[in-house]
Each structure stands twice: as C-alpha cells, then as structure tokens.
Design a protein. Structure first.
Length: 220
C-alpha cells in the first residue's frame, strides 16, 4: 500500500516515511500544499498523512479541494495545534482522522491501518504470540483463559514488541515508536512500562536481552 506523507518539517516527514516503509508500506513525501494536491490527484494512494500547517496551501485547504474534486482517499491529519475546534475544522473539511503532535508512531500506523481497512472491508488487525493475542480495537490482551485491559501506551509498547517477534527491540526504537521522535523525557520510562506489562501479561511475557533490548516471548 502506498501512502502520501505531507509535512513541511523535512526531518519528521522523512522519519515517518522510513518508519512506514519498515512497516511494509510504500511512501512518497512532499513538503507543501501545492505539491500535495498534485500528487494526491495524480497518484493512487491508500491513505494520506497530511499536516495542517503547510506552505502554499494549508492542510484544511488541501483536504477541502481534494474532496471537492471527488478524491476519496482516506486522510489522516497531523497538527501541532491543540484544541477541539481545530479537530472539528479538520474533520469538517473531509479528513477521516486526526492526530496531534507529538504522537506515537505506533498509533499513527494503527490509525492508518484502520483507515485503509475501512476501504477494503477488512476488520481484523490482531497479533498473536504464543498464548497472547493483542486486539487494537479493544485495547485488550487475551491470555487464553481471559483478557486484560491495557492503557493506550501499554498497548502501543506490547503491540510494537509483538509485531516484531521474535526480534529483539532496542530501547531507542521503542522510545521513537511509542513516545515519538521528539520525546525528551527520561528514557527509563521504557522500563516502567515493561514492568506494567509484565504485571498484566505475566513476568515471562517480555524478556530483557542485556545490552540489546526487549523481546516478546512465545510462552506457549
């Protein structure tokens, strides 16, 4: 699936594109509203990641013009602005979803998958490792005999690890994916959330690989 990424922050746009490619998407990148309109009209995209604050034409204008032209590609809007009126305006212009910066890359990918599933009729996006199944729709982990509720951040950590099973995932990769590329807090927050997950999923569910990172474990 090909995704168009539109953001005038060059480093962020390219980072999103690299992450999407690693997740199995193809990605094109542009940095202003006029180029976004041309690409979206001429190309075949499964979804568009569209920043609001753009040179040339802002994201609201881009979205409104595309919808007026009959372009129905799902649009996920990004913005550094905060407030329910900004979100409402984005949705009123025809956007399908909305994500505020800074955001978790895992959440961005989950939102994109949800948008593209709506167009294909596919609904299942669960991931299973051993006896544990993660359901992003319910933010639940099924453990065979029952299920537990996870917070959004807990789920993002577990989902990122599970989708890379059996690979070992570094702390820096988890920070970038779950807390965002601009996170400047304490990196030990990763250990805190690994602890939360072990309490809910079992101590053996996530293994620490010294000097390398963490690994979701198939304990079946």
């Amino acid at each position: 699936m090909r995704v168009l990424v539109v953001d005038d922050e060059v480093r962020l746009a390219e980072s999103i594109a690299r992450g999407l490619v690693a997740e199995g998407f193809d990605a094109d990148v542009v940095h202003d509203g006029r180029d976004a309109l041309w690409r979206a009209r001429e190309g075949e995209y499964a979804a568009i990641v569209l920043d609001i604050m753009l040179p040339g034409r802002n994201g609201y204008e881009v979205c409104r013009e595309l919808r007026s032209d009959g372009v129905t590609t799902p649009i996920l809007m990004l913005t550094a602005k905060d407030g329910e009126y900004d979100e409402a305006e984005g949705l009123d212009t025809g956007a399908d979803d909305y994500l505020r910066k800074p955001f978790s890359f895992v959440v961005l990918v989950a939102r994109l998958r949800a948008l593209t599933r709506r167009g294909t009729g596919t609904t299942d996006n669960t991931v299973t490792v051993g006896t544990i199944t993660l359901d992003p729709g319910r933010l639940q982990a099924s453990l065979g005999t029952g299920s537990v509720e996870l917070t959004r951040r807990e789920f993002a950590v577990a989902d990122f690890l599970a989708r890379r099973h059996p690979d070992v995932v570094s702390k820096s990769s988890l920070l970038d994916a779950v807390w965002g590329l601009d996170f400047d807090g304490d990196p030990n927050i990763v250990e805190v959330y690994i602890g939360y997950l072990r309490k809910k999923l079992g101590r053996e569910s996530i293994r620490t690989v010294r000097g390398a990172g963490y690994q979701f474990v198939d304990a079946s």
